[in-house]
Design a protein around this ligand. Structure first.
Ligand code: FE2
Ligand code: FE2
Length: 329
């Protein structure tokens, strides 16, 4: 069905909360519907949201623009990355989105921020640069030209590809021995290795997806890098393994942990949607000592939890039926 201007306008009003009474989780739903439309008009509507006050909403806008993979969004993303007054979580997501779009024109820009005062921003730029380079390598080109398998392969554009042995066309994850999980865990946890290599091990473990792989991933929560830890929580939000719940609850409840990591843990828990996670989400949505981004993440996560526990579909003016409210890293 063709998307009318009226539809985009209505979604944009919802996203921007023009009426002032749209709950945050409904603004998120409007955002994900716009993302699914993949049009330039939808990108323009999403870009307007960067005037908002919510870092959570803005980082999700950047995530969606990256996943839409349209270079037309690059100037907006560059502007967000360049704004040192912007929340680092939003700047990080803008840099990651530039990596997802993977244009060679982003290379000199990302290099400008390799010494950014914010660790998450500079680490993201390091990974995004390595990804763009890899995308253009012979291995990268072969990976992207391989047919997508239908065995549950994740459809997101990830900040790094899985470790080489787990690329498309290689043996199925279930054929992998326990040794593979152990060696991937060793790579994952080695702070001397480039973050890009450690991320590759992370996404390989995600694709394996066994309880052992989940345990290996959870061991990464003791790392020093908030960026690295938030990505593990994001991966758990994709895996949706109830086995990851205890580790995620511990992260959400740890008020010494970075907001960005706790935010991602909250949303992963909402997506997993098992009964025991709801009281934790409700508690941290209500607590006075809960940082704004954690509170808001719990609000969105409760909406996801309710969605997972119902058979409803998301509608936007009868136009789109979106069956997933998976939110971004
Ligand atoms: Fe992120
Ligand atoms: Fe996130």
């Amino acid at each position: 069905m063709a998307t009318t201007k009226e539809t985009i306008d209505a979604l944009e009003k919802q996203l921007l909360n023009s009426s002032g009474d749209i709950p945050l989780h409904n603004r998120f739903r409007a955002l994900f519907t716009l993302k699914s439309l993949e049009s330039e008009a939808a990108i323009a509507a999403i870009a307007k949201g960067f005037q908002d006050e919510s870092a959570l909403l803005k980082h999700e806008l950047a995530y969606c623009l990256g996943q839409m993979k349209n270079p037309i969004a690059l100037p907006v993303l560059q502007g967000v990355l360049a704004d040192v007054n912007e929340d680092p979580m939003v700047r990080h997501e803008a840099a990651e989105a530039m990596g997802a779009i993977s244009s060679g024109s982003s290379i000199p820009i990302l290099k400008l921020y390799l010494n950014d005062p914010n660790r998450s921003v500079r680490e993201t730029c390091e990974i995004a640069l390595a990804k763009i380079e890899w995308d253009n390598s012979p291995e990268g080109r072969a990976h992207y030209s391989a047919p997508t398998s239908e065995d549950g392969t994740y459809t997101s554009i990830d900040p790094a590809p899985p470790t080489s042995g787990l690329l498309k066309g290689k043996p199925a994850p279930q054929d992998l021995s326990r040794d593979s999980v152990e060696s991937l865990k060793t790579t994952l946890r080695d702070p001397a290795l480039p973050l890009f290599e450690r991320y590759r091990a992370m996404f390989a473990l995600r694709n394996i997806g066994t309880d052992e792989a989940v345990d290996a991933l959870a061991s990464g929560f003791s790392d020093e890098s908030a960026l690295f830890k938030h990505e593990i929580a994001f991966v758990f939000g994709q895996l949706l393994s109830p086995h990851s719940v205890p580790a995620l609850v511990e992260v959400l409840r740890n008020n010494q942990e970075s907001d960005m990591v706790r935010h991602e843990a909250a949303e992963a828990l909402g997506g997993i949607g098992t009964p025991e996670v709801l009281p934790h989400l409700q508690e941290w949505m209500a607590r006075n000592d809960s940082p704004r981004v954690v509170r808001e993440s719990c609000q969105v996560a409760i909406d996801m939890w309710e969605y997972e526990n119902s058979d409803q579909f998301q509608y936007a003016d009868g136009l789109e039926k979106v069956q997933s409210v998976q939110v971004g890293a």
